[in-house]
Design a protein around this ligand. Structure first.
Ligand SMILES: Nc1ncnc2c1ncn2[C@@H]1O[C@H](COP(=O)(O)OP(=O)(O)OP(=O)(O)O)[C@@H](O)[C@H]1O
Length: 272
């Protein structure tokens, strides 16, 4: 269980970017975090894995307080937090298998890491996961020979190799075409339930958030102003999150002639 309580992040002397956020995510929930650009979505995810230092507040992962951790204890805790990135963050000149095994770096010793001599169980786990997401036949291909969707699957498997207790995804579909985006969202949804893994996804595409996640958290100026089921994510909630700032992305496949009100405001077509 991930429990965030009164989380504050201030960069320098600026106004806080996160203002006393509270969020609890349990079991295999798939939660999307939506909000206009600059609302604090990435900062929130990066506070969880401590790529960004929280200013104050508490982040507990299965009972372990992450905010106070340093050194080896922080490295140990980070192993339990998988991260999937918009730009995939693969090493292009390495093979798919080598990229996937990089997810074990937090577990192996220096000699094993440098000589890339990973334990047999790690290699077996890598194959099992690669088979699960349909990329096992690419194991020996260079990462840069793969398509965007395949590269993101490598990113997902690398994160799962960490045996994470929570999976964070920062705009995981933003670099992908609509069809591939949907496949990745479906994959994250199914992996969450198969592995009983809570998943937090920063996402600009509100239509995908509504379709593929079971809970939507809306941020505006660093405050949580919506937390509920997709069915409760009404036009009012959308306006409260984006009103006067920007419009969320439209659905990937727009009807030829959307009604003028939707077309003008860039709203998802089923927003009510
Ligand atoms: N390292 C940093 N130093 C100073 N300010 C930062 C830093 N990182 C982010 N910010 C500021 O914090 C605010 C929130 O940024 P953040 O990237 O978390 O928003 P976001 O909701 O993820 O936006 P986007 O959807 O565009 O990625 C922005 O005003 C941004 O300029």
């Amino acid at each position: 269980m991930l429990e965030i309580s009164k989380l504050v992040k201030r960069y320098g002397r600026d106004e806080p970017v996160l203002k006393e956020l509270d969020l609890t995510v349990e079991g295999s929930s798939v939660v999307s975090i939506v909000g206009a650009s600059g609302a604090g979505k990435s900062t929130m995810l990066r506070c969880i894995n401590r790529l960004v230092e929280p200013t104050s507040g508490s982040i507990r992962l299965n009972g372990t307080e992450l905010v106070a951790l340093k050194g080896a204890a922080l490295r140990r805790a980070r192993r339990k937090i998988g991260m999937v990135f918009q730009g995939f963050n693969l090493i292009d000149r390495l093979t798919v298998m080598e990229n996937v095994l990089a997810g074990r770096l937090g577990y192996v010793n220096l000699y094993q890491a440098i000589s890339r001599r990973y334990p047999r169980e790690d290699i077996e786990r890598a194959f099992t996961l690669m088979e699960r997401v349909g990329i096992a036949h690419y194991a020996n291909k260079r990462a840069d020979a793969l398509s965007g969707g395949e590269r993101q699957r490598v990113g997902v498997v690398r994160a799962l190799m960490q045996e994470p207790e929570v999976l964070l995804a920062d705009e995981p579909t933003a670099s992908l075409d609509p069809r591939t985006s949907e496949q990745i969202m479906i994959l994250l949804q199914s992996l969450a339930s198969e592995l009983s893994l809570p998943v937090l996804i920063n996402i600009h595409n509100v239509a995908q958030a509504r379709t593929y996640t079971e809970r939507i958290v809306g941020l505006r100026h660093g405050k949580m102003i919506f937390d509920g089921a997709p069915d409760d994510f009404t036009r009012d909630a959308l306006d409260a999150i984006y009103g006067g700032i920007e419009s969320p992305e439209e659905e990937p496949v727009a009807p030829a002639n959307p009604p003028p009100a939707q077309r003008d405001r860039g709203l998802p077509h089923d927003a009510t």
